[in-house]
Design a protein around this ligand. Sequence first.
Ligand code: GDP
Ligand code: GDP
Length: 437
Amino acid sequence: MSKPVVAIVGRPNVGKSTIFNRIVGERVAIVEDKPGVTRDRIYGTGEWLNREFHIIDTGGIDIGDEPIVRQMRHQAELAIDEADVIVFIVDGKEGLTGADEEVAQMLYRSQKPVVLAVNKVDHPEMLERTYDFYSLGLGEVFAISGAHGRGLGDMLDEVHSSVPQDIEDDYDADTIKMSVIGRPNVGKSSLVNTLLGEERVIVSNVPGTTRDAVDTPFTRDDQDYVLIDTAGMRKRGKVYETTEKYSVLRALKAIDRSDVVLVVIDGYEGIIEQDKKIAGYAHEAGRAVIIVVNKWDAVEKDDKTMKRFEKEVRESFQFLNYAPILFLSAKTKQRVQHVLPTVKEVSERHNMRVPTNVLNDLIVDAVTMNPTPTDHRGHRLRIKYATQVAVGPPTFVLFVNEPELLHFSYERFIENQIRETFDFEGTPIRIFARKKN
Ligand code: GDP
Ligand code: GDP
């Protein structure tokens, strides 16, 4: 199920980032978790009533040196184009301003669901601060206090019920959804063009989903695929599309809808920090991943170059140790023919189920080889049995005496044992412990 996108818009200082941080809480992506970059935290995942959603603080998208009103216009434009629900924050302390009215008109015309929240209503007796805002014509006004957390529940209820019903993809379950991500200029569009131009690839003329008309469905060797568009591939010429933060948003949305993600890096330029961040999103989302080292034609090589580069990739993307690496050239088409067969293979593994008896034999052997850990009280982890509870990614539950006793290192060990027995190359796997007496 793909996550809806919720965008926060509003003037500077109304409290957008305060509210964003409250909603996202501590759930910040591990790969992004660096201290001191709070102003940069504009993407997050929230959860309300058991539904996860992406949340973006558009105030953090720096459109460049422009007057505030123009910046707000671009931010609102982005929210209208990309979000499923827009949360419009105004400032109850300052009252209604002309800029609020202008944004309200844009949002109103867009016909996107808008939830209007008046922030800084810190006490119930300040409720009168909200009255003026009814004149914006956006319906109910939610009184909130980002600082104190008041009213956020009611506001999120409204967000939840405003998510349109038709955001699910309508592709066949057998269709492999794939996307190509990477920083600008690594060769994403070149790779896509080469892939779609390959012999035996039949591109369908039928437009994709109602939601995103830029998807490209195609078929090769009787297998249906859909290529999900990402930033940098088909720009429509809007100002915000040139910002890096925007391309992160497109990548996140594409990853979300994909079964398989191709993470493209530039073999000529090498790996930079931004590559790791982008790859981290794919890993966190639990998608199958293939690392593509592009522009291999431009690299001066000897017999050890590929090995050396592979080592560098493994060191830089340790969390993706399960991902196959393809060295290729979108330009000369060298080895591009391996891409779709690999996509198909990793997609199959992403959806693979293993027999419960083999899994449990494996756990017994693993525990014999490497006894389970104990804690300072001498309590030892006991694994009663294991079962696979989900695919896409394969997810395992270990039923144990005390779930807290399953530490990361032992979990890693179990994961490695599972990977040695079953071929899960290309897909992350997840392991959880549940209590069982
Ligand atoms: P942004 O520019 O819209 O992201 O706004 P910030 O979240 O950075 O907040 C701007 C200022 O408003 C900060 O000084 C916050 O502490 C303050 N603020 C945010 N929410 C509230 C609130 O609910 N009540 C009050 N009194 N101040 C708030
Ligand atoms: P994107 O921004 O990631 O979509 O990158 P593009 O596909 O637009 O490619 C960026 C630049 O890299 C262009 O000048 C391409 O011609 C060049 N390029 C793409 N793939 C290759 C390749 O395999 N080898 C070489 N030498 N150049 C490439």
